[in-house]
Write a protein that binds this ligand. Structure first.
Ligand code: HEM
Length: 482
């Protein structure tokens, strides 16, 4: 038998022999807490599966998520996120990724985002109409869901050229036409949740995809159905857009035009590629943003000092009844609150998997052979007292005192595969959070936010009662009266 090259890396006995240890915690949605506990027990380098090493050390970020020729590729974990075709997010091939990223990246440039602001503004306006109505009734509502409705409408508008209309309906029901022609109504939020969680479990080991078919756990059957449902939904939306030949300055238009500029016809493989990218954008850009907004809002309403300071700053900066993207583009304390919320809650909480390149790698005096999976656990890094001093305190000021801390925020990933949509996400979060904060008073039902984890780390709910708040300032009062 060949000697085990990772034999001297500590970790639980079960994880040394089988990927089931990690698979189990991924399945029950508690992987990041389980891995964090291992680091507390065994130290910064831990074996969490037979071929997977977790390194909870800030210096490992430059190794595992290196740029350029030293970059590690994404590992087989991401195969579990491929439906029909790999997308810019799920491809593990460096050259394929470079090509896909070239096609997608210009749509997230500053000018393109500027083009998207009118669509987002329009959806936020509908959101405000709905919340005003609910505030007038003083009924309890799940703000997490309303943030989801808003984020899905934004992404479907930008990615498909047609809003799902969740905000207007107050519901996430969507019509899905399957490949066999049958039509059903599904809940879009559940489709995304289930697909993402399934990927996070099956990705733990390449064999899981096969063996999971024999498990009686309905999680796997439902996850596969949701994954197919999302692809079918995207296929229908993209076909409709191409058939209608609608020209509109949005993401789908840019995706289509990038292919046409490359002399590609949107049929066959190209059509499937386009569908894969739109599914990715819908998943990557919707509940990631709304879960983050919910967590930040909860942190604000459980930290009155920060809330009062932010409200004062927003009142000064926004001289109209509702903020615009321009009002909130450059408010350092608002950005500090967002970064602190992303750090504290850790929307990305697990370590993102990479595979050691053909040269092998050294870290902490240990050698890791080519193909070893490595990850840096995001929650553990974002709560490391050595980096943050007081990590369990929600203190946005740290980001203004020390802008260098940004390199340890792992929410948007790191290196060549870092999030393409982060500027869009910041724009949306700034606008949505400032709108809700300035317009409403919130009463939280619970001071504790229960969460669960799929691929991302999500709040389970956030029930609140809303009431309209008085805006300060003469300019605003005059506007409101007019
Ligand atoms: C707060 C909101 C968001 C969070 C927390 C987030 C998080 C992430 C993370 C952690 C990654 C890296 C994943 C990995 O290495 O496995 C990623 C990649 C990606 N994200 Fe985001 N994201 C957000 C918003 C968005 C938005 C709004 C979009 C676009 C509409 C988007 C599009 C993408 C894409 C296309 C990738 C793949 C990039 C590549 O592999 O080259 N994300 N995101």
């Amino acid at each position: 038998m060949k000697p085990d090259p990772l034999a001297d890396v500590p970790g639980p006995l079960l994880a040394r022999w089988t990927p089931l240890w990690l698979g189990y915690y991924a399945r029950i949605g508690q992987r990041f807490t389980a891995v964090h506990k291992l680091h507390m027990e065994y130290g910064p380098i831990v074996r969490i599966a037979p071929n997977h090493i977790s390194v909870a050390d800030k210096d490992a970020l430059d190794l595992v998520y290196a740029q350029g020729s030293n970059a590690f590729d994404k590992s087989t974990f991401y195969h579990a996120f491929v439906s029909d075709k790999a997308s810019v997010f799920s491809t593990t091939d460096r050259h394929d990724h470079a090509q896909k990223r070239r096609l997608v990246s210009n749509i997230f440039a500053a000018k393109s985002l500027q083009d998207c602001t009118p669509f987002i503004r329009d959806i936020v306006d509908s959101f405000v109409v709905q919340l005003d109505r609910l505030a007038a009734k003083n009924e309890e509502l799940n703000l997490l869901y309303w943030f989801h409705f808003l984020a899905f409408d934004v992404l479907s508008d930008l990615a498909f050229g047609q809003r799902i209309g969740m905000v207007e309906k107050g519901s996430d029901a969507v019509t899905v036409q399957k490949r066999d022609g049958s039509v059903s109504t599904e809940n879009a939020i559940a489709l995304v949740d289930e697909r993402e969680h399934l990927g996070a479990v099956l990705g733990v080991h390449p064999s899981f995809k096969f063996w999971s078919k024999f498990l009686p756990d309905p999680f796997f059957i439902q996850g596969r159905k949701s994954s197919d449902g999302l692809v079918d939904f995207a296929r229908r939306q993209v076909s409709r857009r191409i058939d209608n030949r609608l020209q509109r300055n949005d993401i789908l238009d840019k995706l289509i035009r990038a292919r046409v500029a490359d002399d590609q016809e949107i049929v066959g493989e190209n059509f499937a590629d386009l569908v894969a990218e739109t599914v990715t954008l819908l998943i990557a850009g919707s509940d990631t943003t709304s879960n983050s907004e919910t967590a930040i809002m909860h942190l604000l309403f459980t930290n009155p000092r920060v809330y009062n300071k932010l409200i004062g700053i927003l009142e000064e900066a926004v001289d109209e009844e509702l903020p615009t993207a321009d009002h909130v583009r450059d408010i350092p304390y608002l950005d500090a609150v967002i970064n602190e919320g992303l750090r504290y809650h850790a929307t990305t909480a697990i370590g993102l998997h990479r595979a050691v390149h053909e040269k092998g790698a050294m870290f902490g005096g240990k050698y890791f052979p080519p193909g070893t999976e490595m990850s840096v656990p995001a929650w553990t890094i974002q709560h490391d007292p050595e980096i943050w001093g007081d990590p369990e305190v929600f203190r946005p000021e740290r980001w203004i005192e020390n802008p260098d801390l940004k390199k340890y925020l792992m929410t948007f990933g790191k290196g060549p595969r870092a999030c393409l949509g982060r500027h869009l996400a910041y724009m949306e979060m700034r606008l949505v959070l400032s709108t809700v904060l300035l317009r409403y008073d919130l009463q939280l039902k619970s001071q504790v936010m229960e969460t669960t984890e799929g691929f991302m780390h999500k709040p389970n709910e956030m029930f609140v009662r809303l009431s309209r708040r008085e805006r300060k300032g003469a300019a605003v009062q005059a506007q409101a009266q007019a």
